[in-house]
Design a protein around this ligand. Structure first.
Ligand code: CO
Length: 506
């Protein structure tokens, strides 16, 4: 079986190489490509993507998987294989099934519908015109249900979709976690609402791009991002992209009148990059499917860990505030560290998910989860989405949504067919808090260390336990392995309660 396994790894690496070439084209498109190059670039991307797909569905791969005993029912294959080999086969079988079970005409129709859907969404958002977007949403919804039926006939469609992003999760498992999360977040929000508001106007001094860039560069170094294996550029929306095992890049954006936006985006994306760069399933499986993240939620846990748990924490700024103030001077001249920390942790319900604070963010996700699960199950009709959104925004966040631009038209996800993706964002926060509690058991003086500038202990802990395994474990297994218990929102709620009772004094 040795020979079969080696050949499989070889084929797997080849398809990853092609995918990374595509990622490089995509990175360039977002960061430096001249605008008029867009037409040929989309042809280049389409070509590379189809090459990557061809390489992903080579019949030889399927034959090798079978020879090694890997089937949909027994993805890990032959029992005599090593645990790491079985984990590899399990990961590859998942991706093989996903890539081969969809008929190509459905894939093409889906690509067309989501491309048109996203264009229609842009227009609808511009004109606050949900009605013009509704038929596109209906089309994408119909197709995604067909896809789910192909991937896993007989299984509820939303379960199939959730499993694509968070392997092992179901509507029921998410609903159980989210109903608890919802109740507790609403309670914390009520306590915060009873206290005086935080004035964060000190964050709105103008800071030019060069100074913000210097602060971002410095923060990447402070968090331990190896710049010989990555770099920072500017794009409209910050992102992280993997172009190779030693090439993981991030982007940020500079808003002159709100410099914290770039600081925290940079820390967020650095967290994603540290994860990708830390994946190390052994030389044998470098650059293979085993060297992929455990899930989108685990990925998001790493970005939020650095952005929020560390980056918005008091200990971090004990060490770093003075230098930040120098870098962005005169914006923070004369500002007290305590006031800076309070300001970057201001909590207030707001309309836009991507601008939400740590407390209200989860409620934005619960809202989307409840709506999309109803849409997929047919409990909610497309034409009723704006009304349902308004009712939930009132119920969860106490907000009166007066237009759909700040309501159901704000996110790109549904037009792109990304149903089942939203829960990952909130699960990421839950994982991050649970990992942090486990870390504190191993490193009881964590806060003191961070306050002294020792972020390396944090990174080392995460690398060994969370990053290195890649997709050796399913996310549910990983969290049990690392923390000793299954995912439990209590860790996140306790974290918020501790932190915000101090900040708001309740
Ligand atoms: Co992220």
């Amino acid at each position: 079986m040795r020979k079969e396994l080696e050949r499989l790894v070889e084929l797997d690496r080849e398809r990853k190489l092609v995918a990374h070439i595509g990622a490089l084209l995509g990175w360039d498109q977002e960061t430096g490509m001249p605008p008029k190059a867009v037409d040929e670039r989309s042809e280049q991307l389409a070509l590379v993507e189809s090459l990557a797909h061809e390489k992903s569905v080579r019949p030889e791969m399927g034959e090798l998987l079978e020879k090694l005993g890997s089937t949909t029912e027994n993805p890990g294959g032959d029992a005599s294989l090593l645990p790491v080999e079985r984990a590899y086969l399990r990961a590859l079988r998942r991706s093989w099934d996903r890539d081969t079970k969809l008929p190509s005409d459905l894939v093409a129709e889906f690509a067309r519908a989501t491309s048109l859907g996203q264009a229609a969404w842009v227009q609808a958002k511009k004109n606050d015109d949900f009605a013009s977007f509704a038929p596109h949403l209906q089309k994408v919804l119909d197709l995604i249900k067909r896809e789910a039926a192909c991937l896993s006939p007989g299984k509820p469609a939303y379960d199939v979709l959730l499993d694509l992003y968070e392997p092992g999760s179901t509507e029921l498992s998410i609903r159980t976690v989210f109903s608890r999360l919802r109740r507790d977040l609403v309670a914390i929000l009520a306590k915060i609402g009873s206290r005086p508001k935080i004035d964060d106007s000190i964050l709105r001094e103008t800071v030019g791009e060069a100074r913000q860039r210097a602060a971002s560069d410095w923060l990447m170094d402070v968090l331990g991002y190896d710049r010989l294996r990555g770099r920072l550029d500017v794009s409209a929306h910050p992102f992280t992209t993997t172009l190779g095992v030693d090439d993981v890049r991030i982007t940020t954006r500079y808003i002159p009148g709100f410099f914290p936006s770039s600081l925290f985006s940079t820390m967020h994306e650095t967290g994603h990059a540290l994860y990708e760069l830390g994946i190390a399933p052994g030389a044998e499986f470098r650059g293979t499917e085993l060297a992929e993240a455990a899930s989108m939620a685990v990925h998001e846990s790493q970005s939020r860990f650095w952005e929020n748990v560390i980056g918005r924490g008091e200990p971090f700024w004990k060490r770093n505030f003075t230098h930040l103030a120098e870098l962005v001077s005169p914006a923070l001249d004369g500002v007290r560290r305590e006031d800076f920390v309070r300001s970057i942790n201001k909590v207030e319900p707001s309309f836009i998910r991507t601008e939400a604070d740590e407390v209200t963010y989860g409620l934005h996700i619960v809202l989307r989860f409840e709506l999309e699960s109803d849409l997929i199950a047919g409990r909610l009709a497309v034409r009723d989405v704006p009304e349902a959104w308004r009712a939930k925004a009132k119920d969860l966040l106490g907000l009166d949504v007066r237009d759909d631009v700040r309501g159901c038209l704000q996110d790109v996800h549904w037009s792109a067919g990304l149903f089942g993706y939203f829960p990952s964002y909130a699960l990421g926060n839950l994982y991050a808090a649970q990992f942090a509690d486990a870390m504190r058991k191993d490193i009881p003086d964590l806060d003191e260390r961070v306050a002294m500038g020792d972020n390396a202990s944090v990174l080392e802990w995460l690398r060994e336990r969370v990053h290195a395994p890649g997709s050796f474990w399913l996310p549910g297994e990983l969290v049990e392995k690392v923390t000793g218990s299954p995912l439990d929102p209590a860790h996140f709620i306790d974290y918020l309660d501790r932190k915000y009772s101090q900040i708001y004094g309740f």
